[in-house]
Design a protein around this ligand. Structure first.
Ligand SMILES: Cc1cc2nc3c(=O)[nH]c(=O)nc-3n(C[C@H](O)[C@H](O)[C@H](O)COP(=O)(O)OP(=O)(O)OC[C@H]3O[C@@H](n4cnc5c(N)ncnc54)[C@H](O)[C@@H]3O)c2cc1C
Length: 411
């Protein structure tokens, strides 16, 4: 039997397990997937928890429910990958798993401990995050009775997963405080290391204008050096200070510790791979999918989905000894919730930045690119159903894996 080993049963790993259980002959292949946690989190839903649009139960399901028959699921922390021996050591029972092909899909995690003052005595008192289930739930509780004041949202450093999530948080906060009748008592500040609202210039201008209209003040190029939890201020490397009553941080994102222990990653524990095929340049039988890969596109579930679409066909070519095709183009597609029942949508790839237009049907939509519409909001809300019922199960969605220019216009 040939052995396909998948590390991480999150968004990307689960999709790969489902796809490969259909595409490979299970009389010849043994597929195994490993994860440390039994619960699968719908992470885009964390955004809605602080504003009581979702509760914890809306974003969790057992991982086992999404692993197909014929695929072995092992629950254990992964200790180390040893590519030279084609094996992976697990923590539980010191088990050793050999592989012929390895898929690394261990994602990215937040590290609040990497910023001085952030993860100390004020953590979950006046300082919160919403990138973890614990943070999102704690923040929801805090916002129930928060009387208002200055709320500062700070991204510590890029890249982060879902780079639009902090913007959505700001716009939903504006809506939420209006609903609570306290918007006039809340000042909202966004301190970001970027020169503007977003990484790409056209979208940055559109989104910056929207934030401006909503009364959100952007402090660009703010690189936080430390947090002073007692004086309640964040301090940058160039000694700018911003005081807060409530700090919502997006802490440093880093790839899994197992990547560092295995000597496979860069300084942030992301694994360098070919950006079109996901193959490791050092190891011809290791692929990296999802947030764990060091490739120049967004770390997002939509990217993982398009990536798995392109990669599946290439993997079949690879195991048949054929040359892989450079099919993955960095395609990302993200709904951006903007409050008051509206949202935006962006669609881009390695070469084309988000542009205005209609999606997916050129000229028709029903979704509008880079424009606030109610339909986009419903797209975002429908996405949770699609995630649990289609995407994770590796079903084909009626969306092209590669970005298309049809329906987009330059402005
Ligand atoms: C607040 C928020 C909002 C978001 N919004 C969107 C959105 O609107 N649209 C979108 O497309 N994406 C969004 N995302 C991003 C999306 O959730 C991720 O990009 C996606 O889940 C990445 O999938 P992945 O498989 O690479 O990683 P994950 O789904 O995080 O899975 C990684 C898995 O690896 C396991 N693992 C890691 N290390 C080990 C180890 N040592 N031992 C065992 N197991 C290990 C973990 O337990 C985990 O199950 C959002 C994320 C957040 C946090």
């Amino acid at each position: 039997m040939k052995k396909l080993l998948i590390l991480g049963a999150g968004t990307a790993g689960t999709m790969v397990a489902n796809r490969m259980s259909r595409l490979l002959d299970l009389d010849e292949w043994q597929i195994t997937i490993v994860d440390q946690h039994a619960t699968h989190y719908y992470q885009p839903g964390f955004l809605f928890i602080p504003f009581r649009m979702y509760s914890k139960n809306d974003v969790i399901k057992p991982k086992r429910d999404f692993i197909p028959a014929g695929v072995e699921l092992i629950m254990s922390p992964i200790d180390v990958i040893e590519p030279e021996h084609q094996r992976v050591k697990l923590v539980k029972d010191n088990r050793v798993l050999n592989y012929d092909f390895l898929i690394i899909a261990t994602g990215t995690q937040t590290h609040p401990d990497q910023t001085a003052g952030l993860h100390e005595h004020e953590w979950y008192k006046s300082i919160y995050d919403f990138y973890t289930i614990e943070g999102a739930v704690a923040l929801a509780k805090h916002l129930r009775t928060w009387p208002g004041g200055r709320m500062v949202v700070n991204v510590v450093e890029n890249p982060i997963k879902c780079p639009v999530a902090p913007l959505e948080f700001l716009m939903l906060a504006d809506w939420f405080f209006h609903e609570q009748g306290i918007r006039d008592r809340v000042e909202i500040i966004y301190a970001t290391p970027l020169p503007g609202a977003f990484t790409k210039p056209i979208a940055s201008r559109h989104l910056g204008d929207i934030l401006d209209r909503k009364g959100v003040k952007i402090v660009p190029e703010f690189l936080v050096e430390h947090v002073d939890p007692d004086a309640k201020k964040i301090v940058s490397y160039d000694e700018q200070e911003i005081e807060y009553d409530l700090l919502v941080s997006v802490p440093l994102n880093m790839g899994s510790d197992v990547i560092a222990r295995s000597g496979l990653g860069n300084e942030l524990n992301y694994v360098p791979v070919d950006k079109h095929t996901f193959l490791s340049p050092q190891h011809g039988n290791i692929f990296v999918l999802g947030d764990a890969a060091a490739i120049p596109t967004s770390k997002a579930g939509s990217v993982a989905h398009f990536a798995v679409d392109c990669w599946s066909e290439n993997f079949l070519r690879h195991i048949d000894g054929l040359e892989m095709l450079p099919t993955f183009d960095g395609h990302a597609n993200c709904f951006i919730e903007s409050g008051f029942g509206k949202g935006l949508l962006i669609d881009f790839n390695y070469d084309v930045e988000p542009l205005p237009g209609r999606f997916p049907l050129p000229g028709i939509g029903p979704f509008a690119l880079l424009q606030e519409t109610e339909m986009n909001h419903w797209g975002k809300m429908m996405f949770r159903w699609m995630y649990w019922n289609l995407l994770l199960k590796g079903q084909e969605l009626p969306l092209p894996a590669r970005m298309t220019m049809a329906g987009k216009w330059n402005s």
